[in-house]
Design a protein around this ligand. Structure first.
Ligand SMILES: Nc1nc2c(c(=O)[nH]1)N[C@H]1C(S)=C(S)[C@@H](COP(=O)(O)OP(=O)(O)OC[C@H]3O[C@@H](n4cnc5c(=O)[nH]c(N)nc54)[C@H](O)[C@@H]3O)O[C@H]1N2
Ligand SMILES: Nc1nc2c(c(=O)[nH]1)N[C@H]1C(S)=C(S)[C@@H](COP(=O)(O)OP(=O)(O)OC[C@H]3O[C@@H](n4cnc5c(=O)[nH]c(N)nc54)[C@H](O)[C@@H]3O)O[C@H]1N2
Ligand code: SF4
Ligand SMILES: [Mo]
Length: 730
């Protein structure tokens, strides 16, 4: 392991400075900014409220700049996501601005993986020429773009690919939460909900850990819920770090949550413990569905889940006793975001339980809120692009949540010879969206691959051109609109001047690239003009937006107004989906076994987040990797009894083997894990030599899994993988 020259303690001291929550007084902006300032030194300091980019949560912070250099960060107390806090990786990732691992110039691949710097003009010229050739020969449907959406990307990436004539725009979500959001659309007609856990009496989390997969707002609510005396149950094969705030750990066999939730439904329905009024007035398909539930008894679920039938009954009784102040909280990635063959069905079943509890938009229940968005803009200044081709993959994955689609459509349509050119923005697809070999093979068959990134990711390595964006601290972006009881527009604003003079902002890169590709007419406006137009379209206060980083949009809404207007085809909550029937699937929520199950001597490889890292993008961060080094956070977890059987002791090197790959890593022997699972942190295994701090450390998660897609949805099924384990003899 490499020696880092950053002191972990120094870094943590910096983090701790952000801890206090400040309330905003009535003294106006300057006094508010003074309060947000760190009290120890205010000479030569300017402060800019902006938005974090260290993960997709988009928290707000106030950056202090001293003598032109980034000095300190502090969570913005006005921001709905950060509520005055910033997480450790939010702090740590800010190092990227001065990182030696940034890309500083446009790069061109010589075809053998050797990159050399070229001018922007040459890059635009060559990419533009290639785009025009492909357009002439193959038409617009030959292009796709993938991004993990950020405020600028959502507009500029989408507009760019649509202006080329292609509708093949995808998010990262096939490896994140696509099954969950698709299940939500199928049952509720909306992509998400959140558990109102602080006002609840009884909360079940299924594979969602607010203390590991961090969002400051959620982490704060967990502590508050505990203080409020809420009973909180964690269903997780692993005793995760949120469990410190909870009352009960249910160490389920991974991949079997659907059986647990169906058995809970069985208890609620057979004992008449459900909200009959809600079911009668707000739902579709209940009679047909409830007639199927007899088979899903707690006794049926016990051997599948490894959870005693009595425990399952008790969970159902506790939910019913507290309803509507009880909820199965939302998930994100862990249990059924995209992990299994049955992930979408698990999501539907979880929503069905909340429907049986009648808790939608009730205090302590499941809250469905919507975020505001920009209104119509001047069509002369911001001309609409003509209708593009239909996104590739809609026929293959008709149940996928519409906006993100499934990016696993890309390998499919490259193999069919349709897709020829691809753009990546803020995306490390080749390392994170399915097996990296599949992406390498897919990209090798394409005529043009362009990656816009800040560092030399594994995806960048597979591209023909790599275009260097400046870091988020060096740029303005479009407003991020967020919703809850009060919609807001949040600002990302330039904090420091360009550190690497030859890097550019994404709005400029897209606009100049568009010019070179012959679609410049759709980008004849500046970012500043677009920000002003978007804010004006919703009557938001531009001055407040700039000064405070947050401004209200629209009027407050009553989040406890009772059931929403269901935007499903039937206008009801759907226990039954006619769309699924049209797709040849069982329309009623039903049991689907996981694709694979471990036999004796085998384990299921599961994974999860660590509070100090984000996906793979923090791998080159020296401060955060120093913490990994010190605490051996890259270790794989194995159950203590299983380790004993295999002669493995805590700290030993073990070899983990799947059908796809073998990887060696230190292990952590623990009672905190279901014996059928091996758990790995998902942030490691970097294979890009330029990203030295993380290079070669830990298990490259996706390299262990097989390229596969959840039928009709297109999720990566990232935990349908069996492994064996052995001790590496010294
Ligand atoms: N620190 C940190 N925080 C993040 C992120 C990050 O990269 N780092 N990313 C953000 C993003 S994009 C996301 S999607 C979220 C993810 O947020 P989460 O989904 O909460 O994160 P994970 O840690 O992937 O999974 C949560 C838990 O699911 C458990 N789990 C695994 N398999 C199963 C199963 O089969 N059943 C059950 N019941 N549990 C299972 C894991 O053991 C883990 O403890 O985090 C967000 N916040
Ligand atoms: N191995 C692995 N795979 C995963 C996950 C994981 O934890 N590990 N998590 C899964 C989940 S939950 C999700 S949400 C997805 C996330 O999917 P991604 O967002 O694709 O994953 P990251 O590894 O965070 O990669 C983001 C890329 O954006 C680049 N980037 C960072 N800042 C900027 C910027 O300012 N501008 C530009 N242009 N690029 C920037 C980073 O350098 C990195 O290459 O991955 C999924 N797949
Ligand atoms: S959760 Fe942490 S890393 Fe993500 S945006 Fe918020 S502060 Fe940044
Ligand atoms: Mo995610």
């Amino acid at each position: 392991m490499q020696v880092r020259n950053i002191s972990r303690r120094g870094f943590l001291v910096g983090s701790a400075l952000t801890a206090g929550l400040l309330t905003v007084g009535v003294g106006g902006m300057s006094s508010w900014l003074a309060k947000e300032a760190l009290a120890d030194d205010t000479s030569n300091i300017t402060q800019v409220p902006t938005t974090c980019n260290a993960c997709s949560n988009k928290c707000g912070f106030v950056a202090s700049v001293k003598d032109g250099r980034l000095w300190k960060l502090k969570g913005n107390s006005l921001h709905p996501n950060s509520k005055g806090k910033l997480c450790a990786r939010g702090h740590g990732y800010s190092q990227v601005v001065y990182s030696q691992y940034r890309i500083t110039d446009p790069l061109k691949n010589d075809g053998n993986g050797n990159f050399s710097a070229i001018s922007w003009d040459q890059a635009y010229q060559e990419i533009g020429d290639k785009v025009k050739q492909i357009l002439a020969k193959n038409g617009p449907e030959a292009f796709a773009l993938i991004e993990d959406p950020r405020p600028n990307g959502k507009y500029y990436s989408h507009r760019f690919i649509n202006a080329l004539g292609s509708g093949s725009y995808y998010h990262h979500s096939a490896a994140c939460n696509l099954s969950f959001t698709s299940a939500n659309v199928l049952t509720m007609g909306t992509t998400g909900y959140s558990g109102d856990i602080t006002s609840s009496k009884f909360v079940i989390f299924i594979g969602r850990s607010y203390a590991d997969g961090i969002n400051p707002k959620s982490a704060l609510s967990l502590a508050q819920a505990r203080d409020n005396g809420v009973k909180i149950v964690f269903v997780d094969p692993r005793l995760n770090n949120s469990a410190n705030f909870g009352s009960q750990w249910v160490p389920i066999n991974p991949g079997t949550d659907l059986a647990l939730v169906l058995a809970i439904s069985n208890v609620l329905v057979t004992n008449n413990l459900y909200d009959a009024d809600f079911v009668a007035n707000e739902t579709y398909g209940f009679d047909e569905w409830s007639a199927t539930l007899d088979q899903y008894t707690p006794e049926w679920a016990e051997p599948i889940t490894g959870i005693k039938a009595d425990t399952i009954k008790q969970l159902a009784m506790d939910l019913a006793a507290s309803a509507p102040k009880s909820v199965i909280a939302e998930t994100w990635r862990g249990a059924y975001g995209t992990a299994y063959l049955n992930s979408t069905e698990t999501g539907r079943a979880v929503n069905a339980v909340n429907a049986l509890l009648g808790n939608f938009n009730k205090k302590g229940g499941a809250l469905i809120t919507s975020a505001p968005s920009a209104g119509a803009l001047d069509p002369v200044k911001f001309p609409p692009v003509p209708k593009p081709t239909e996104r590739l993959g809609v026929e293959d994955f008709p149940l996928a949540d519409d906006v993100p689609g499934s990016n696993l459509s890309v390998p499919l349509y490259v193999d069919k010879g349709v897709l020829k050119g691809i753009f990546f923005y803020n995306s490390n697809a080749a390392m994170g969206y399915t097996n990296p070999k599949t992406w390498a093979d897919t990209l090798s068959k394409m005529d043009l691959k362009v990656c816009i990134d800040v560092q030399m990711s594994e995806t960048a390595h597979l591209c023909d051109y790599v275009l260097p964006e400046c870091s988020y601290l060096e740029r303005d972006e479009l407003p991020e609109f967020l919703g809850s009881s009060q919609g807001v527009a949040c600002a990302r604003q330039k904090v420091v001047d360009l550190v690497n003079a030859n890097t550019k902002t994404s709005d400029v890169i897209y606009s100049e690239l568009a010019q070179a590709c012959g679609i410049g007419q759709y980008f004849k406006f500046t970012l500043e003009e677009l920000i002003e137009a978007q804010l004006a379209s919703v009557n938001a206060d531009l001055n407040e937006y700039k000064q405070k980083g947050v401004t209200n949009v629209g009027d407050p809404v009553d989040v406890y107004a009772g059931p929403p207007n269901w935007k499903t085809p039937t206008g009801k909550f759907q226990f039954k989906s006619d769309l699924m029937e049209e797709c040849g699937l069982d329309p009623l929520i039903h049991w689907v076994a996981p694709k694979v199950m471990p036999k004796d001597g085998e384990y299921r490889l599961i994974g999860g987040k660590q509070s100090i890292h984000s996906h793979q993008m923090t791998t080159a961060n020296e401060a955060l990797m120093a913490i990994t080094d010190e605490y051996h956070l890259e270790a794989a977890w194995i159950n203590a009894a299983e380790a004993a059987k295999l002669g493995i002791a805590d700290g030993d090197m073990i070899e983990i083997t799947s059908a796809e790959n073998t990887s060696q890593v230190r292990c952590k022997v623990t009672e905190r894990l279901n014996p059928t699972a091996i758990w790995i942190p998902t942030h490691y295994g970097c294979s890009s030599p330029e990203l030295k701090p993380g290079y070669g450390i830990g298990v490259p998660w996706m390299s262990m899994i097989t390229y596969q897609a959840e039928p009709k949805v297109g999720s990566a099924m990232s935990q349908e993988v069996i492994v064996t384990v052995r001790k590496v003899e010294a």
